[in-house]
Design a protein around this ligand. Structure first.
Ligand SMILES: *Cc1c(COP(=O)(O)O)cnc(C)c1O
Length: 472
């Protein structure tokens, strides 16, 4: 057990540990190679009777825990979407933990609430979101999307669901490639999984405005109640981008809540050349993106924006006696802007990152990643048997190897592609993931770790080449 005075003597050990971790990060296997139970079995079954010192703790951290860590900040982490971090963000997290404020309402830390308000404004304006919208930090995009669904539910049922429960005929529309958080949100919001209706375009990757309109008309004719449309900007599988403008027109016409899920590619809006992605946003109702994916702010930090903050507050506010304050109404009490009461001081890390980088710094980094991705895709195509599944987009490429044209060959093709990814991941030198599109395995590569360099991409290309040669 340490006293506060001991912080001065002991902190250096922790900083040293982190410094070394960053220095050695490329020597660790990106994807943890342990088997289930391997870590669990090394942890004693009971709380130790006597306390231990920091040296022993750090040693155990290195020996027991590190082997079971998948290194998300390794520059060759290319799986899923990144959850990148930065030194600035890590510093801010130290301080957030030290201050340890619980920022549920303005009074429980006015600076946290007011900094949050400003940070949301900074990002809104830099990203070209509508000037009148207001934002709030949430833990994850899943929570923000659930929040949006509950707001949509209350809009369409005129706040009756909050009072008496949810009717069984609410409908939610999205593409087939929409994120799993939509289904989960519908379950939690009481709308029900069966009421989530995928309306795919021909390619099955995006949401079709035309199909959407037909589905809405059909539903209305059968006494179902269209509640919410989810447009995805950057799907998890292939970073497909829905046509927001066309979708927003349909939503306007039928007066349906439009939630925009740009969890991953939202960061691209800091680049004016990608603003077209949110054409039509002024007619949407809510928007979410994750600074904790591609904006150098360590997990967790989600930015949720709404057109009408009053509606959000009316949906979520609950006012017990002990939370009534004199400042109520004149300040933002963010507990009313989402699901949990307790809130971390997340605005601080945004402040550190945005100020240390500046808008230019953010833009430069994102552009570098996009450039590295172009380079990667260009070099990748030179490898025999490799085909790009689609043009590289932002910092994302997806490809297939050993493509078979006859339908019977597709099973083998899928097995080979999955095997390739598995083998690459087992080398520990890079971590990729794959998805299935129209029953075909497609290998995904995201280049978004904060400090990734051209050499790291050359290393990645080398691993792909080697593994292909070995199994060809
Ligand atoms: C990552 C992602 C989510 C979920 O984000 P969390 O913050 O992990 O909940 C939702 N939608 C899309 C499009 C995503 O890429």
């Amino acid at each position: 057990m340490l006293s506060r005075q001991e912080f001065k003597t002991e902190h250096a050990k922790v900083i040293e540990w982190i410094t070394e971790y960053f220095e050695k990060i490329k020597s660790f296997p990106v994807k943890s190679q342990v088997l289930p139970g391997e870590i669990y079995n090394q942890i004693p079954g009971q709380i130790p009777e006597k306390g231990t010192n920091i040296d022993v703790l750090l040693q155990d951290l290195t020996e027991i825990i590190l082997p079971g860590i998948t290194h998300w900040q390794h520059p060759n982490f290319h799986a899923y979407f990144n959850a990148n971090s930065s030194i600035e963000s890590v510093f801010a997290e130290f301080i957030t933990a030290a201050i340890g404020a619980q920022c549920m309402i303005w009074e429980t830390s006015p600076a946290a609430a007011e900094l949050e308000e400003r940070m949301m404004e900074w990002m809104r304006d830099a990203m070209g979101l509508p000037a009148k919208w207001e934002g709030v930090i949430q833990d994850t995009a899943s929570t923000a999307t659930l929040t949006a669904m509950v707001c949509a539910r209350e809009q369409v049922t005129n706040f009756e669901s909050n009072e008496h429960g949810v009717p069984g005929n609410l409908r939610i529309y999205c593409s087939r490639q929409t994120h799993s958080s939509i289904e989960k949100g519908a379950v939690i919001a009481g709308i029900g999984r069966k009421n989530v209706v995928p309306v795919g375009a021909k390619d099955e990757l995006t949401l079709s405005a035309k199909q959407l309109e037909i589905q809405i008309e059909t539903d209305k004719a059968s006494n179902l109640l269209p509640c919410c449309v989810i447009a995805t900007l950057g799907t998890t599988g292939t970073v497909a981008i829905d046509d927001l403008k066309a979708i927003s027109k349909v939503c306007q016409k039928h007066n349906i809540w439009l939630h925009v899920d740009a969890a991953y590619i939202g960061t691209a809006l800091f680049l004016p050349e990608y603003r077209w992605i949110i054409d039509g946003i002024e007619d949407a109702d809510s928007f979410v993106f994750n600074p904790h994916k591609w904006m150098f702010t360590n997990f967790d930090c989600t930015a949720y924006y709404v057109r009408d903050a009053n509606h959000l507050i009316r949906t979520f506010e609950i006012l017990p006696e002990y939370l009534k304050t004199k400042t109520r109404g004149s300040v933002n009490d963010y507990r009313d802007w989402g699901i949990p009461l307790g809130r971390r001081f997340r605005a601080l890390k945004l402040w550190f990152v945005l100020r240390s980088y500046g808008l230019e710094g953010i833009q430069d980094k994102i552009r570098q990643h996009i450039e590295l991705n172009r380079y990667f895709a260009h070099e990748l195509m030179k490898i025999k048997g490799v085909y790009l599944f689609q043009d590289p987009i932002l910092n994302f490429t997806c490809f297939q190897w050993n493509r078979q044209d006859d339908p019977d060959g597709k099973v083998l093709q899928n097995e080979m592609n999955a095997l390739l990814v598995d083998r690459i991941n087992k080398t520990g030198k890079a971590y990729l993931s794959y998805t299935k599109i129209a029953n075909e395995v497609v290998i995904r590569v995201v280049i978004g770790q904060t400090y990734v360099t051209r050499e790291d991409i050359d290393d990645l290309l080398q691993v792909i080449r080697e593994e292909i040669t070995l199994i060809s």
